[in-house]
Ligand binder design. Structure first.
Ligand code: HPA
Length: 259
């Protein structure tokens, strides 16, 4: 299986037989990696079996191995998205490979538009649940995966020990790459979404199917379309990530130290 091949390559290239935690750093989160620790090994994603080259601007495309205290952690610097033309199996491959490499806990991060009233730009929000609006699934065949508490309540509580000001929200995952219309955002708010983005929902499904625990954190990089009337841009998403990096890095490091 491709995930096992990639897991063997990760072990060989990093010199670490089993990693315990994987963190997927999405748009806006790349700078936070520096706060987590100095990698003992780094591998370009395209050199690992089945990994593609993330093309979204601001995705570094490296896999770092970092020991946090004594916990071996894989930092996946960037991800592949449906909007880049990838299939669901490609999108979730790094997460599947990490789990095959021993990972029991997956931390998924992303940039999101804030829909719910009161969310502020620059604020990290714990993902409490999601709406998979991509119309796609990474699962094949009769794989009936339970998604109740897919976003692990204990891990959320642990994150709140580090930052008690963290709020929670429901993340709506769409395919993109266009941002939403104001009408779509009104609809998403009506059906229960607090946050909106173009990733993450397929990865949590795959991780739960493989039995890993998942923590999700969105960085609100902008208020969603129509909330203020402002226009949206990827440059803004990256700039807000840059500004929030110290806070995000501290939060991630705090979580990793407690796992
Ligand atoms: N919509 C979709 N994806 C996003 C947004 C948004 O407003 N902000 C960051 N990623």
């Amino acid at each position: 299986m491709l995930a096992e091949q990639a897991a063997r390559a990760i072990a060989e290239r990093t010199g670490v037989e089993r990693h315990r935690v994987a963190v997927v750093l999405g748009s806006g989160w790349q700078d936070a990696a520096a706060e987590i620790g100095t990698p003992s090994a780094s591998v370009p994603m395209p050199e690992l079996p089945g990994f593609g080259t993330p093309s979204a601007q601001g995705h570094v495309g490296m896999v770092h191995s970092v020991a946090v205290d004594n916990t071996p952690v894989l930092l996946l610097m960037g991800r592949q998205h449906l909007y880049e033309g990838y299939q669901p199996s490609d999108v979730v491959h790094p997460v599947s490979a990490a789990i095959a490499a021993g990972v029991e806990t997956v931390v998924l991060t992303n940039a999101a538009g804030g829909i719910r009233d009161g969310l502020r730009v620059g604020e990290p929000v714990l993902i409490s649940d999601h709406l998979n609006l991509t119309g796609r699934t990474p699962l094949a065949g009769a794989t009936f995966v339970d998604l109740v508490d897919a976003w692990d309540p204990e891990l959320r509580a642990l994150a709140r020990e580090i930052d008690p000001s963290l709020t929670e929200g429901v993340y709506a995952g769409l395919t993109g790459p266009q941002y939403e219309t104001p009408a779509e955002i009104r609809m998403l708010g009506t059906i229960g979404a607090d946050l909106v983005g173009m990733s993450t929902v397929l990865e949590v499904i795959a991780a739960r199917a493989l039995g890993a625990r998942v923590l999700g954190i969105s960085l609100v990089t902008n208020l969603a379309a129509g909330v203020t009337g402002a226009h949206l841009s990827h440059a803004e998403v990256l700039a807000e990530g840059h500004a929030a990096a110290p806070r995000l890095g501290k939060l991630l490091r705090g979580v990793l130290e407690r796992l």
